[in-house]
Design a protein around this ligand. Structure first.
Ligand code: ADP
Ligand code: ADP
Ligand code: ZN
Length: 214
């Protein structure tokens, strides 16, 4: 099963992608996590990506497309994968479709997790992230068992640099301008699933699972 997660920053794409990845036993591929790992390791890609990410801007398509296309061709992706945070522009979506078509392959579902802008800024200020394993928590809604520590790997949790309210507003603007057109793109392709992302994360999850296994 090949699934794309769509939605505003903070809509819950990563949270759902992680659960779907465990349920279906397929890789969770988060371009944001890949960039953050590169920044942490101070790679050339990380240095380039950071200048855009810190401003709340998208990293240029040419830095992300090949990375994802190479990743989905790896052995562990033959049964499927969850793409989280990619594609984020129409050219990225077209490049993915083209690369998959060349392998006689295609995406099965694009899941749009819908959360109104008003909820997003509040959600993001409470987000805490583990930069080691990619897990995310929320101070109120989804707290870790031990304050400030990742349940999964025991690392320290942080407020991401780009989760400051000013940067979140910028990212929301970028989302509406560059990423939201993908909703129409996948609707036209007949593979769009729209889910309400404002309800409890377990309810969101059940709704996605029943839609993709129908
Ligand atoms: P969120 O989970 O809040 O939506 P991500 O972790 O997916 O954020 O992405 C963080 C940042 O990484 C983005 O604001 C953007 O700068 C960069 N990024 C991630 N994926 C992509 C992509 N597919 N294209 C361009 N930039 C990306
Ligand atoms: P995205 O990957 O779309 O940027 P995340 O999965 O990181 O979003 O979720 C953003 C924040 O909202 C995190 O702090 C997460 O714990 C929290 N969150 C995710 N799903 C829900 C939900 N259904 N209700 C409330 N908070 C949620
Ligand atoms: Zn962790």
């Amino acid at each position: 099963m090949k699934i794309i997660m769509l939605g505003a920053p903070g809509a819950g794409k990563g949270t759902q992608a992680k659960m779907l990845s465990e349920k279906f036993n397929i890789p969770h591929i988060s371009t944001g996590d890949i960039f953050r790992a590169n920044i942490k390791n101070n790679t050339e890609l990380g240095k380039k990506a950071k200048t855009y990410m810190d401003q709340g801007l998208l990293v240029p398509d040419e830095l992300v497309v090949d990375l994802v296309v190479d990743r989905v061709k790896q052995e562990d992706c033959t049964k499927g994968y969850i793409l989280d945070g990619f594609p984020r522009t129409i050219p990225q979506a077209e490049a993915l479709d083209k690369a998959l078509a060349a392998l006689s392959d295609k995406v099965d579902f694009a899941v749009d997790v819908e959360v109104p802008d008003e909820n997003i800024v509040k959600r993001m200020s409470g987000r805490r992230a583990c930069l080691k394993c990619g897990a995310t928590y929320h101070l109120e809604h989804i707290p870790p068992k031990q304050e400030g520590i990742c349940d999964t790997c025991g690392s320290e949790l942080v407020l991401r640099d780009d989760d400051k309210p000013e940067t979140v507003l910028k990212r929301l603007g970028v989302y509406h301008e560059q990423t939201q057109p993908l909703i129409d793109y996948y609707k036209k392709a007949g593979i769009l699933l729209e889910v309400d992302g404002t309800v409890d994360m377990k309810v969101v999850f059940d709704n996605i699972v029943s839609a993709v296994t129908k």
